[in-house]
Every structure is written in C-alpha cells, then in structure tokens.
Design a protein around this ligand. Structure first.
Ligand SMILES: Cc1cc2nc3c(=O)[nH]c(=O)nc-3n(C[C@H](O)[C@H](O)[C@H](O)COP(=O)(O)O)c2cc1C
Length: 406
C-alpha cells in the first residue's frame, strides 16, 4: 500500500457530516503512506472539524472560500481540481452528493468537483433514513453512472444512535480503496481473484442450521490484500458479521451449494483462494416447518456437500492458474494438510491448527504455507503468529511473486 500511495496527490474534500472527525485520521494515514494531501473544507465540514486541525495534519493551508481574492486570482478552483491525482470526498454528505449529481457549484468544493478532470471517489456518511431515501439513492446511481467510485457506506451503529447502513467506511478501508485505485496498474493489475470466506449455514428447518465458528476475518483480509494489489477481486462469503469490503464485488451466500454456484459463476479467474470453512455435510432434507421437540431421541440424516476447493482445482480449461486452499486441522496438521494438498489438486495450502480456540474469531493466526514444487515434492514454510491482516499481506506477496515468475 505504501508504494501505491507514494507521492500521490490527493485532494480531500471534507463535507458536513459527523464522520468528519475520522477525516483527520484519514489525512494522517494518507500522509504516512506517502501521499500529499490537500484539503477543502465545506462550510458544513467546518462545523465538525476546525480548519486549524485540518491544516496542522495536512501541513498545508486549508481551502474553503470560493470568493478568496488571493486564491481565485490564480483561478484556485481550477488549479486545485487539476493539481491532484484523485479527488476524494470523505465524508460525503447527502447535500454534497445531491449537488454533485445535479451539477451545482455554489461553493468551492462543489465547483472543484464540477471542474475536475480527475477520478473522483466519495465515502458517503449519513443517517440510515437519509441514505436509503429515494432522492439520495437516485443521486448515487447518477454518480455511479458517471464513473464516480462510491466507497461504502458501511452498516452499524451511528452517531445519531440509530443502526443501519450509512456509516462512513473505516479509515483503513478508505485507505485500502484509494491504494487499490493507484495500484491497478501495479502488481496484480489485470488479474482476477476469487476468495471464499466465512462459514456456511446448512438449514435444518426455517430456524435451525448446522454451521461453524468461522468469522470470515482471514478470508476478508485476503480479499482486501488482493484488491490493494490491484486485482479485480470477487469475495464469496458465507454469513459473517463483517461489512462488505469497499471496491470488492461481494456475493453473500448461506449454504455450501450456493457458495459453489457463486464461485463457478465467477470463473474464469487467475487465482482462487478458498479460505471459507465450508460444511462437509448438510441435512439431507430441510423441513419447511420448525421441527418439534417430539421424541426423546432424533436421528439426523446428512448428505455430503460438493468439495468447492477440489472442484475449482480440478484440471480443466477453467482451472485458475493458482489455487490456494486452507486446511483447518486439530491434529497431525502437517501430515493431514500435505495429503489434502495432493488429494485436492491445489497448488498451495495454508494450514492452521484450529484447536482450542486458537484461530476462529481471533484477530491473529499462525499458519504454515505448503507448496507443491511440480516435482511431486511439498515445501513448507511455517510463519510466525501474526495478525490476520499480516498473514493476508504475506500470502498476497507470495501470490505476486508467483505471477511475476509464472
Ligand atoms: C449535528 C449534525 C450532524 C449532521 N450529520 C450529517 C451526516 O452525518 N451526514 C449528512 O449528510 N449530513 C449531516 N448533517 C447535515 C449537513 O451538515 C447539512 O446538510 C449541511 O448543509 C451539509 O453541508 P455540506 O454538504 O456543504 O458540507 C448534520 C447536521 C448536523 C447539525
């Protein structure tokens, strides 16, 4: 990410939403990653963060006034809009989105947004009722059709106390989306990646299911890391509490059968990383009605699910160039994982010991990367315990090297 943002000139428009406080951190993080950040603060934005904070963090003057005698002597709004590689609006208020969609230019920010010939990204942030309002949705559609990239918003608890869609994306996610924008021509630019993540839920009746403890954190982190390296990324995820990562086509499924169908529909891809914890079995039948307690003992008949990893890795003209599986083991990890690598015909396998709560729902992971070297031998690299984000970045670095030498 650092390289992708190095020396990039980002014009950050901060409009009037409560999430503007996060923009201060965004300025800091963009600059830490090597970007030059110039800020435009709307009148609304200045109600939430002070020009002094913005100026101090960006180490530059803050632009707010369309009628500035000094700035506009050199046509400041045109200059600002052209001396940037990207215009980023974060937070993007409902008002600013409306003005952009309608082509209004009644302040410096909206005039710049009309005058710019540079890519524009916006991170909407507003109350759920505002976000879902037909007017805002129509404006968003208009902007999308014009090529404006919409980052989020995310779902969750908002500053107003209500819950739902409308929260500004987390700073890290905005940063990743901006980095991905700049690295499209980068390491994995032009490559398509498929990632599976999370558990599957296999229904027994309308209220019960067979599931597992996977949180999706590792799979989602891998999808974000691939996207950050410029890959066009498709994430097929089982039910998780995680928000859809910005910029990544995310397909939400419930069952293993749905996950397989979504993966097959996403082919062809260059690389597939199967990190989902897919149920091996599903109830043979799903009852349309909630099963009653009834007898003291119940017997459940299970049917075998198709193996998604093995299906994707099967030789054929739609086989991804690189197929990476995950093996969650509770015993004899290396032996079982090595066998699985060969049995499923995948190229690499990331093995982890999931015994005694070591992995599921944790933020860190200790994995061993197994690779087939083409001569029937398996190489294994044990990585130290690190965050799931770090595991994801390290794996994607290996994927980048693979495609460089392939
Ligand atoms: C306390 C408070 C919080 C607000 N939060 C938001 C918000 O999160 N998102 C939004 O779109 N508007 C929000 N508004 C309304 C905008 O600030 C208002 O529409 C303003 O005109 C936006 O101006 P700008 O788009 O020029 O920055 C809020 C207003 C107040 C008073």
């Amino acid at each position: 990410m650092t390289n992708a943002l190095q020396n990039r000139r980002i014009l950050l428009v901060i409009s009037g939403g409560i999430a503007a406080y996060k923009s201060l951190d965004l300025i800091r993080r963009l600059r830490e990653a090597g970007a030059e950040v110039r800020c435009v603060l709307t009148q609304g934005g200045a109600q939430f963060v002070t020009p002094l904070s913005v100026a101090a963090l960006s180490e530059d003057k803050v632009y707010s006034d369309l009628w500035s005698l000094t700035d506009e002597a050199q046509m400041g709004h045109i200059r600002l809009s052209r001396e940037a590689d990207l215009v980023l609006v974060a937070p993007a208020s409902a008002n600013m989105i409306g003005k952009m969609a309608q082509g209004l230019a009644d302040d410096l920010a909206s005039t710049i947004l009309l005058a710019t010939d540079k890519p524009v990204m916006i991170a909407p942030a507003m109350n759920v009722m505002m976000w879902t309002h037909a007017a805002v949705q129509a404006n968003i559609k208009t902007l999308q059709q014009r090529g404006v990239k919409i980052l989020g918003p995310a779902s969750g608890l908002m500053a107003c106390g209500e819950e739902g869609e409308g929260r500004m994306l987390e700073v890290a996610d905005i940063l990743a989306a901006v980095a991905a924008h700049f690295s499209v021509a980068g390491s994995l630019g032009g490559k398509r990646a498929l990632v599976t993540s999370g558990p599957t839920f296999e229904p027994l009746d309308p209220v019960r299911f067979i599931g597992n403890r996977s949180s999706g954190k590792q799979g989602h982190a891998i999808a974000k890391a691939l996207y950050a390296q410029g890959a066009e990324t498709i994430l097929v995820t089982g039910p998780t509490a995680l928000p859809d990562p910005a910029g990544i086509k995310t397909i939400r499924v419930q069952t293993a059968q749905e996950m397989l169908a979504a993966c097959e529909a996403s082919l062809p891809v260059d690389v597939a990383v199967c990190a989902a914890a897919v149920a091996d079995w599903r109830p043979s039948e799903m009852s349309d009605e909630k099963l009653k307690k009834g007898a003291a003992k119940a017997v459940l008949e299970l049917a075998k699910n198709a193996d998604i990893l093995a299906t994707l890795a099967k030789a054929g003209n739609r086989r991804p160039r690189l197929v990476v599986g995950f093996a969650a083991e509770t015993n004899d990890m290396l032996k079982n994982a090595s066998e699985k690598l060969v049995r499923k015909n995948c190229d690499w396998l990331v093995a982890n010991d999931v015994g005694s709560g070591k992995v599921f729902n944790q933020d860190d992971n200790e994995v061993t990367l197994l690779r087939r070297d083409g001569k029937g031998q398996t190489q294994s690299d044990a990585w130290p315990r690190q965050s799931k984000d770090q595991v994801a970045r390290a794996l994607v670095e290996e994927i980048v090297s693979f495609f460089k030498t392939a």
